[in-house]
Design a protein around this ligand. Structure first.
Ligand code: SF4
Ligand code: SF4
Length: 748
């Protein structure tokens, strides 16, 4: 497309009050584009002002220097055929400074503004109109793995929306664990009465639904392809095949296996016959494989596995479903002993609620029933609190915070000893049965549930870092996993009641639909919803180093025998981590490229003769850091005028050549500002900020070898809620640079 530029400066919202408008316009024309001004570009008149140039002068590349690109998006949307680039002069310049005491324009603030104008014009010059990636054929069918309450609900909801669904269930019948539950938690006001499960009716509805196909006694053997065209083969339930990820075995365990003292979890890994070798094509996958009870046998003082009548909550529910429960039962919610304040692993609000429900069975089944709930923490969120209160008032139900010290046999029954109770006294309870609150472990924690035919392997990666949950971002993107097109719900996503699971499964079904429809339009599904760009590889310069295939957080890239990447654009989240990784700098997007950001960095003016005007390039992640800086501006926090913010898709997309560009153009420091990583990770692209941190360590070494202080280049983590801390973080880094003095290569 032959570009015709139109650049527009808004002087409203205080921009024209603190900045020299003519100076800003001059900066644009020096960069090659004439700029017009308007007092309120986002108003109807302002928009018409731009639109008239589009119509009459054929402008197709619009530069708007005004407010943050995060706001007024419809106002500055001129259609898919027009490139629009926004320069942030309001939140990140005008609102972060003021006139001098003498009422003059602050030259430092003005220089900041002119640099942002130059960067915006440069960005427009380097941006191309994206062309969406469209699959030749697309399947809109949804595969649901797991036929429990989550899978059944997801299938029903997707079918209601008009989509065909196949449920694959490993058991011989649908229903999963819900078939064994005697009662459901209350779902209606006043939330004080347990309800009859409705699982049978739900199964009957699924079986009668012409849009839903049910395949029982089988499991997924292999999922190849990508959203819109996943190719799925099935295998007989329980068989292990060459594509299943082998179970992890420690050295000690291997030793025991070799001695024949431990069963080899990988025994039986033989080639199976796929039930449908050609495969069947699906658009998206809902993973509803549920949870399993955590092992509680390690708590020897509680006697599980050794004493009769010490059972888990799941085992007690089966008893209750099939008949009358014993009259005196202790429900132990926390292991006690040395682990005093801790709960059993994977305990949660559901296990608290289950104890209340099962205590209810005890008094329901026995006229003189006595249920004792011994806890460290009871969690009854939302309306469950009303049920909790009702049970506190229930005759025969006793609850106390307590540390259980021992469970022992006593005659034909059991005796539970507990200390540190709410009453202050130690307790000895004579009971018929002890129920331990075993937590709910997602099936993804230690099984290869998914069997993907991906270059990065068949399972979700690094799950031990996230307690076995497969989410790509637990807070911001529920249902989404680290494999685009695969959405989790129910117990495999988080511990949930049956009622919560139904809501959850509806969400996952909608996500699956959104994914299919996005793939159909050739746009990203999330988190950059609607993004038409995707990474473009200049393969003739690829050295097959495999960094892109290894570092992609979403397994979007496969490769051939030589190691040349094989992109799968519908798996891609458009994070740019591959672009940041590529040493040959041959991965680019239509509107985000190595050349574009490098040129923006070079468009920043670096005074080489003024020690008061050091310059620091700050690459900011658009997900948390950039909005935090905007919010800081909205709170009118002052911002250090020596820094220049350059938005990036994710810190993972920062190619180290940009840092070199910054330092070689005389800048005095470079900072990466992005999401937290590690245990408390917030990175929208899972590990972009972590990868960037590693790369920066390496560049520090390079700087050191050139005689520059490695500390001139650093990474700082920030959450979106840290907006008031941003100026302090920036000031602190700039102070460090000032102490080091100007870049010694400045001017060379
Ligand atoms: S842009 Fe991100 S998700 Fe897409 S291929 Fe590159 S690293 Fe993977
Ligand atoms: S990182 Fe770049 S050079 Fe390396 S394999 Fe990927 S595209 Fe090729």
């Amino acid at each position: 497309m032959k570009k015709v530029y139109g650049a527009y400066l808004c002087t409203g919202c205080g921009i024209g009050e603190v900045l020299d408008v003519d100076g800003l316009k001059e900066a644009a024309s020096e960069t090659g584009v004439e700029m017009k001004e308007h007092a309120c570009l986002c108003g109807a008149e302002g928009r018409a002002f731009i639109e008239s140039d589009i119509k009459s002068a054929g402008v197709n590349t619009v530069v708007v220097c005004a407010c943050s690109p995060r706001v007024m998006q419809p106002e500055f949307d001129f259609g898919k055929e027009t490139i629009t680039v926004r320069g942030n002069l309001r939140e990140q310049v005008a609102w972060t400074g003021s006139l001098t005491e003498e009422g003059e324009v602050d030259e430092f603030l003005q220089e900041m503004g002119t640099d942002y104008v130059r960067m915006a014009v440069t960005r427009a010059q380097k941006t191309e109109l994206p062309e969406p990636y469209l699959l030749e054929t697309i399947s809109k069918k949804i595969l649901v793995m797991g036929g429990g309450i989550a899978g059944i609900t997801a299938a029903t909801e997707a079918a209601k929306a008009g989509y065909e669904v196949t449920i694959v269930e490993k058991d011989a019948q649908l229903g999963g664990k819900a078939l064994g539950w005697r009662k459901m938690f209350p779902t209606t006001y006043p939330y004080n009465a347990l309800e009859e499960p409705n699982i049978e009716a739900m199964i009957a509805a699924v079986e009668a639904d012409s849009k839903i196909t049910v395949k029982t006694s089988c499991e997924v053997a292999r999922i190849g392809g990508s959203p819109g065209q996943f190719n799925v083969t099935l295998k007989e339930a329980g068989t292990k095949g060459e594509w299943d990820a082998p179970a992890k075995v420690t050295a000690d365990e291997q030793d025991l296996i070799n001695k024949g003292e431990l069963e080899d979890p990988n025994a039986g890994m033989v080639k199976y016959t796929e039930l449908n070798p050609e495969g069947e094509i699906y658009g998206a996958v809902v993973l509803a494989t549920g949870w399993k009870p955590a092992d509680v046998s390690e708590y020897e003082h509680l006697g599980y596995g050794k004493l009769n009548n010490v059972v888990t909550n799941a085992e007690f529910e089966k008893l209750a479903k099939n008949g009358k429960v014993p009259a005196r039962v202790a429900f132990i919610q926390s292991p006690g002993g040395k682990e005093n304040d801790k709960d059993f692993p994977y305990c949660n609000s559901v296990t608290s609620m289950v104890a209340l429900k099962q205590a209810n069975y005890v008094v329901e089944d026995n006229e003189d029933g006595q249920a004792y709930i011994l806890y460290q923490h009871m969690r009854t969120p939302g309306n469950a609190e009303l049920y909790y209160k009702g049970m506190q008032a229930q005759d025969g139900v006793f609850m106390t915070k307590a540390s259980v010290t021992q469970v022992a046999e006593s005659g034909s029954g059991l005796v539970v000893s507990a200390a540190d109770t709410l009453l202050g006294d130690d307790l000895e309870l004579e009971v018929d049965m002890v129920v331990l609150a075993a937590g709910m472990i997602p099936t993804t924690a230690d099984e290869n549930t998914i069997n993907l035919a991906y270059r990065q392997g068949p399972a979700f990666l690094d799950l031990d870092l996230f307690d076995g949950y497969a989410d790509s971002h637990f807070i911001c993107f529920p249902y989404e996993t680290r494999r685009t097109g695969v959405y989790t719900c129910g117990g495999v996503r988080k511990a949930e009641t049956m009622e919560e699971t139904m809501d959850d499964a509806t969400g996952a079904a909608l996500k699956a639909i959104q994914c299919i429809e996005s793939a159909n339009r050739g746009v990203a599904v999330h988190p950059r919803s609607g993004d038409q760009t995707y990474p473009d590889f200049f393969f003739s310069r690829c050295t097959q180093c495999k960094r892109c295939t290894e570092e992609c957080p979403f397994g979007a890239l496969d490769d051939d025998e030589k190691g040349t990447p094989l992109p799968n654009p519908t798996r891609c989240r458009r994070c740019g981590t591959c672009m940041g990784a590529c040493p040959e700098r041959i991965i680019n997007f239509a509107d985000y490229s190595i050349d574009m950001i490098g040129s923006m960095v070079k468009s920043i003016e670096v005074p080489d003769d003024d020690e008061d005007k050091l310059r620091v390039a700050v690459f900011v992640c658009e997900n948390d850091a950039y909005p935090a800086i905007d919010m800081s501006g909205m709170h009118r926090n002052k911002m250090n005028t020596l820094v220049r913010f350059i938005p990036v898709r994710c810190l993972g997309s920062v190619n180290m050549v940009w840092i070199k560009d910054a330092m070689s153009s005389g800048m005095d420091g470079a900072l990466l500002l992005g999401c937290k990583y590690g245990d408390d990770y917030q990175c929208h692209f899972v590990k972009g900020s972590e990868i960037a941190s590693r790369r920066m360590d390496n560049i520090g070494e390079t700087l050191g070898s050139l005689g520059l202080e490695p500390e001139r280049c650093a990474v700082r983590e920030i959450a979106i809620s840290d907006y008031d801390k941003v100026p302090g973080i920036i000031d602190e880094f700039v102070e460090e640079i000032i102490e080091m003095g100007p870049n010694p290569f400045k001017g060379f």
